[in-house]
Design a protein around this ligand. Structure first.
Ligand SMILES: Nc1ncnc2c1ncn2[C@@H]1O[C@H](COP(=O)(O)OP(=O)(O)OP(=O)(O)O)[C@@H](O)[C@H]1O
Ligand SMILES: [Mg+2]
Length: 365
């Protein structure tokens, strides 16, 4: 899919302005606080999900104004389309002239993969961040998956609450047996699904990471789960149930469940060393980029459309070769890259440079 033109009015600090995009690379250039991220954020609202900055509706409206309005012309599903968004305390959306019941109606119609500096927690943060990444990615492809997560979290909360009760309660053992059975079955389905997704993600990520690092580094992805048999959900469930039984005493002592899908992790390595502990800043950044772009490639395989790539503040900490890859070798992608350093822009072979100054756009190239 390709974003053709964006119009903004009263959107944060952006002037009422129109900007046309190139099919390939669009570099959004300007000094700090000029409106680069605002432009990318406005564009991404047309994916139907919340602002990637987590902003509330009213924060998106220029100070002193009552509403913000945006229009996007884009190409997807083999035709030219148009969408509009009016933001007050809520969002009103239209797609091709038809009013949608909610902005979430854009989901799947216009898609973006977004890299923002907050995403660095995927490598730098704890396992919760990585499980969240996997769960969100899988949910986009398998609409029944979120229900599985809700179910698992419900059983887990009930088991934990039950563990805090006295073990001398009548029927305690048999009740715990039921929670263990349910947790094992649901947990095994989740772990197997995630492991299967990681094996597909890995193939793409290795390829993309090789491109970003010009073959100098290799990324490794491994789903870490102590009871997994990737071939069989039922054997995985049986192994988890055994673990729960084996560690029942410590679970009881601590009043929480120490084994299950909520303890799994995605191990990311660079050159066979754990990225979190050993990778450099630029290598970590490259890992997150590779993961995000690999996710988008898998989505493209299932949905038939390649999302646009929105890369906010990605350039700093990347060396010349890595910057060159993003600027000139992301073949087949429409890319939006914000950057502050005017030297970076000089490395762009072809594409558009959009300068943003005080909320005003101008196309330099
Ligand atoms: N609701 C709003 N109304 C008016 N101005 C706003 C609003 N929200 C944010 N701004 C202004 O937008 C500007 C920030 O824009 P933005 O985050 O896009 O900067 P940037 O160009 O990405 O900068 P950096 O290079 O530091 O990331 C700030 O000056 C901020 O005060
Ligand atoms: Mg910014």
């Amino acid at each position: 899919m390709i974003a053709r033109r964006l119009y903004t009015q009263n959107y944060r600090n952006l002037f009422s302005d129109d900007i046309e995009f190139a099919d390939g690379v669009n570099v959004i250039s300007g000094q700090n606080g000029q409106g680069k991220t605002n432009l990318l954020e406005a564009l991404c609202l047309f994916t139907g999900v919340r602002s990637f900055r987590g902003a509330k509706n009213l924060e998106l409206i220029a100070k002193g104004e009552k509403f913000a309005r945006m229009e996007l012309d884009f190409f997807a599903e083999k035709r030219e389309q148009s969408a509009s968004l009016v933001i007050t305390d809520k969002k009103q959306a239209t797609l091709n002239g038809v009013r949608l019941t909610a902005a979430t109606g854009f989901i799947g119609r216009f898609c973006a993969v977004v890299f923002s500096p907050d995403n660095m927690s995927l490598v730098k943060g704890g396992s919760t961040e990585r499980r969240r990444f996997l769960d969100a990615a899988i949910s986009q492809q398998f609409p029944t998956y979120p229900r599985l997560l809700v179910e698992y979290n419900r059983i887990l909360a009930q088991r934990n609450a039950f563990l805090k009760k006295s073990a001398t309660t009548a029927g305690f053992e048999s009740m715990l047996e039921i929670w263990d059975e349910n947790l094992s079955m649901t947990g095994a389905k989740i772990s197997c699904k995630r492991a299967e997704y990681v094996s597909r993600l890995s193939g793409k990520a290795v390829e993309i990471f090789d491109g970003i690092s010009s073959g100098r580094d290799t990324i490794g992805l491994r789903y870490s789960c102590s009871y997994l048999n990737p071939e069989s959900v039922s054997e995985t469930a049986a192994a988890l149930k055994n673990q729960l039984e084996a560690h029942r005493a410590s679970d009881l002592a601590q009043g929480c469940t120490n084994y299950g899908a909520h303890r799994d992790d995605l191990h990311i390595s660079v050159n066979d060393m754990a990225s979190r502990s050993y990778a450099s800043q630029g290598q970590k950044r490259s890992c997150v980029l590779a993961l995000k772009l690999a996710e988008a490639s898998l989505l493209e395989q299932s949905a038939g459309e390649r999302p646009i790539a929105v890369l906010d503040d990605v350039m700093s900490e990347l060396d010349g070769l890595r910057q060159d890859y993003l600027l000139n070798h992301m073949d087949g992608w429409q890319v939006f890259i914000s950057c502050c350093d005017p030297h970076t822009v000089k490395g762009l072979d072809k594409g558009r440079i959009i300068a943003v100054e005080g909320g005003k756009f101008s196309a330099l190239q």
